[in-house]
Design a protein around this ligand. Structure first.
Ligand code: PLP
Length: 481
């Protein structure tokens, strides 16, 4: 073999065999997932100390890589795909999503422009339009109107883009040219996700110019307080421009009264963005669409199929009513990206709809999920999760040892032990250390509060019932100490 023919690439036939083995590994992992402690039990540096300090000079065989997955990586995994995962909000997945992900990697497409892979753009546009129908979202988010949907990495990215579009709209494009003037004021509730504060940092609004509006006894934003704060800021010569309202807060799934907040935002001419990161998926079921009441007046809306819709991370859905406002904020066209399709104006170039230039073919996994489950299948599982959470809530209400912290809707239950914060925290430490389940906490009314978040793909009644037994046993042990 001459030096010219020499290759280090994996032969395609070897790739085929290794791919079969990799799929076998993943299937075995999922089949055995309940045998692992849900929360990884390793100590800091346990994983790195097993890895060679130097990269290999000569390539290694695939056997060694797959072996290290089992021996080194697996112990350092917290099993988000375990049906006993009740922490944070879910980041669930499913076989059709994984298959879409494999195909996306196989095609290796970079879909920054329509022209760089028309199917990457057109499947995405189509699937975003399906979501508008499936969730009963306003038609003005669909691509045949002035609006449209786009897949972003995360809800944090979507909120940042909404903020940038709002900033450019209120300044007539001046902020992009001359930077911020320190007078623009954004609003969200005191319970909103930290991503809104982060977006204000990145967009040059400044965290001191983000007003955290007071909430009611259910932790939902008070529209009257929002209105009063906007008026106070206007009286100071400041420029209110953006409201982010939340459908399902991270701590307690509080539902802001979107319709009333929309009324306030509209009366002052502010951009309204809706963050429905986790709870948004519930709207697939018509009986849960009450969560989106008022969304028809929102300028933008986001939710994460990568949380509760069986589509593996990362996959955020972001919709705008006026795509020109978004594109005006983010479009920049260097000579080397010019092409006929773009010039024709007949296509979407999604690079103009978010921060990065390059983009993966993420729509494939979402497309596969929707096609595999169908709307009926998705509704079935969402309803099942909600019913399980509502049953769990009733067990807490009926218990002499635990109490509800707040009456949460849908698939989250916030509760605590009646003996106080110390016992509640000890319960969490015990069950997480035992490995049979994993749940996390928040503080509500300054009390340590457990969050039972039910939305993992494989979670069934037996998992929730077992978790309740473990929590009660840990509660009795902690109270006796
Ligand atoms: N908004 C809410 C209400 C959330 O609960 C979360 C995360 O849990 C986010 C935003 C941020 O999501 P992401 O990780 O997609 O940025």
């Amino acid at each position: 073999m001459s030096d010219d023919d020499k290759t280090y690439h994996m032969e395609l036939e070897a790739f085929r065999q290794n791919a079969y083995r990799t799929v076998d590994w993943v299937v075995d992992y999922l089949a055995n997932i309940e045998s692992y402690p849900v929360l990884s039990q390793v100590e800091p540096n346990d994983i790195r100390r097993q890895l060679p300090a130097e990269p290999p000079a000569e390539g290694e065989g695939f056997d060694a890589m797959l072996r290290d997955m089992s021996d080194i990586v697996l112990p350092g995994i917290t099993h988000w795909q375990s049906p006993n995962f009740f922490a944070f909000f879910p980041a669930n997945s499913s076989p059709p999503a994984i298959l879409g992900e494999i195909l996306s990697a196989g095609l290796g497409v970079q879909g920054m422009l329509w022209a760089t892979s028309p199917a990457c753009t057109e499947v995405e546009t189509h699937v975003m339009d399906w979501l508008v129908q499936m969730l009963g979202l306003p038609e003005r988010y669909a691509s045949h109107t002035d609006g449209g949907g786009v897949i972003q990495h995360t809800a944090s990215d979507a909120t940042l883009c909404a903020l940038l579009a709002a900033r450019e709209r209120v300044t007539g494009g001046q902020a992009n040219k001359a930077g911020g003037n320190g007078k623009l004021i954004a609003y969200t509730s005191s319970q909103a996700h930290s991503s809104i504060e982060k977006a204000c940092m990145i967009a040059g609004i400044g965290t001191e110019n983000l007003r955290l509006i007071d909430v009611d006894e259910n932790y939902a934003m008070r529209p009257a307080a929002l209105d009063a704060q906007i008026r106070a800021d206007q009286a100071q010569g400041l420029v209110p421009f953006f409201v982010c309202t939340c459908v399902g807060t991270t701590s307690s799934l509080a539902l802001d009264p979107v319709a009333e907040i929309a009324g306030v935002a509209e009366s002052h001419g502010l951009w309204l963005h809706v963050d429905a990161a986790m709870a948004g998926t519930a709207a697939i079921c018509p009986e849960f669409r009450f969560i989106n009441e008022g969304v028809e007046s929102a300028d933008s809306y986001t939710f994460n199929p990568h949380k509760w819709m069986f589509t593996n991370f990362d996959c955020n859905a972001f919709f705008v009513a006026d795509r020109a406002a978004l594109i005006n904020a983010l479009s920049i066209l260097p000579e080397y990206l010019r092409n006929q399709a773009t010039e024709s104006g007949a296509v979407f170039d999604y690079r103009d709809w978010h921060v990065p230039l390059g983009r993966r073919f993420r729509a494939l996994k979402l497309w596969f999920v929707i096609r595999h489950y169908g709307v009926n299948g998705l509704q079935h599982h969402i309803r099942e999760h909600v019913a399980l959470a509502q049953d769990f809530k009733q067990w807490v209400i009926d218990s002499d040892e635990f109490e509800l912290a707040v009456d949460t809707p849908l698939n989250l239950v916030c509760f605590r032990h009646r003996d106080g914060d110390g016992v509640t925290e000890a319960i969490m430490q015990t069950v997480n250390r035992d490995g049979g389940m994993y749940l996390t906490h928040t503080r509500l009314g300054d009390r340590f509060t457990l969050r039972m978040s039910i939305g993992q793909t494989g979670t069934q009644r037996r998992h929730v019932a077992k978790a309740w037994e473990q929590l009660q046993a840990a509660g009795r042990a902690a109270a006796d100490n």
